[in-house]
Design a protein around this ligand. Structure first.
Ligand SMILES: C[S@@+](CC[C@H](N)C(=O)[O-])C[C@H]1O[C@@H](n2cnc3c(N)ncnc32)[C@H](O)[C@@H]1O
Length: 305
């Protein structure tokens, strides 16, 4: 973990109180913390940094549903196939990155998976942090940040696989990018830290979508901040109870279209309120095998304050 993040992290279990973590560093290599224990002076919770990987979760173990079910290769393809000139690749990440062009840092990508948006933001922000509950995704993203490349086995059909390699552009300032195992419902960061915050395709995956919006609001700067939120609104009972959905319901607080409801929430519940700068739709794809792709449209809201 980048050493200067030590000065920024707070205890996710003590929120809404913001308690800076104390670090006992056992192995420091240049600007990187390799092994350490981060401890909260108030609740005494401790968080490990092991092989450079920091796990700063409010409770429970890292979520490895995505990586374990073979989705790691699928996400690596979805995030990076365009860089390798794959003719089937989608262009959603450069498009989301372009929406944030000129937005100030530091930048946070919530639910970053294997990290592409974070790298898209590296040229414009002095520090970019990606967080995800999946340790498998964060390990892959960290490998890319530290070495610039990562090989993986991509399903071709049936039992057949092909070897692919992700290679980041040589001139990308990837040393500014760090990835942590952390929760988008309890960010281990103090209020008003980030000039840019992004949440792509995460809002309909968390059990408490309103709390995720409140957390994005909390860690965003009060002024000079940009927030990009994109989601396909695939509400389902697995991730969140219907009472928690922010749209797609016939009645109650989640009645009507999610995009309008979320826009209203940001405008009304933001402290201070957000104003909409842009909205639209960007399509992306999940690859099942070489002849089977799933296309997803995500509405986006670009907000500033
Ligand atoms: C549908 S994927 C989207 C990933 C990426 N943003 C993209 O657009 O490709 C949702 C991601 O959110 C992560 N995730 C789910 N719940 C989370 C939470 N509470 N905190 C942080 N990450 C979470 C998952 O591990 C997964 O990587």
């Amino acid at each position: 973990m980048l050493r200067h993040l030590l000065d920024l992290l707070i205890c996710p279990r003590c929120l809404p109180a913001e308690k800076p973590l104390r670090a006992e560093v056992r192995d420091l290599r240049g600007g990187e913390v390799h092994t350490a224990t981060l401890e909260c002076p108030k609740c005494r919770a401790s968080y490990p940094v092991s092989d450079g990987l920091a796990t700063v979760l409010p409770a429970g173990a890292p979520e490895d549903r995505y990586a374990a079910s073979g989705r790691l290769a699928g996400y690596l393809w979805s995030h990076y196939a365009d860089l390798a000139g794959d003719p089937d690749a989608h262009q959603a990440f450069p498009a989301w990155g372009a929406l944030l062009a000129g937005a100030g840092g530091p930048a946070l990508d919530a639910g970053c998976a294997v990290g592409r948006l974070a790298f898209e933001l590296a040229r414009q922000a002095e520090l970019v942090v990606g967080v995800d509950r999946s340790a498998g995704f964060i390990l892959a993203a960290r490998t890319l940040a530290r070495t610039g490349q990562l090989g993986y086995e991509l399903i071709s059909e049936g039992e057949l696989f092909e070897t692919r390699t992700v290679r980041l552009p040589a001139d990308l300032p990837r040393a500014r990018v760090e990835f942590l195992v952390a929760d988008a419902l309890a960010f281990p960061f103090p209020a008003s830290l980030f000039g840019t915050t992004a949440s792509l395709n995460l809002l309909d995956r968390v059990p408490l979508p309103r709390l995720h919006l409140a957390e994005l609001d909390r860690v965003s700067r009060k002024t000079g901040a940009t927030l990009l939120l994109a989601d396909p609104w695939s509400w389902a009972e697995g991730p969140a109870e219907p009472e928690e959905w922010l749209g797609g319901r016939r009645s109650g607080p989640g009645a009507g279209a999610s995009r309008e409801n979320v826009r209203r929430l940001l405008e009304r519940m933001g402290r201070p309120p957000w104003r909409m700068a842009d909205s639209g739709r960007i399509s992306w794809m999940i690859r099942h095998h070489r002849n089977h792709f799933e296309r997803i449209h995500s509405d986006y809201l670009l907000a500033r304050r």
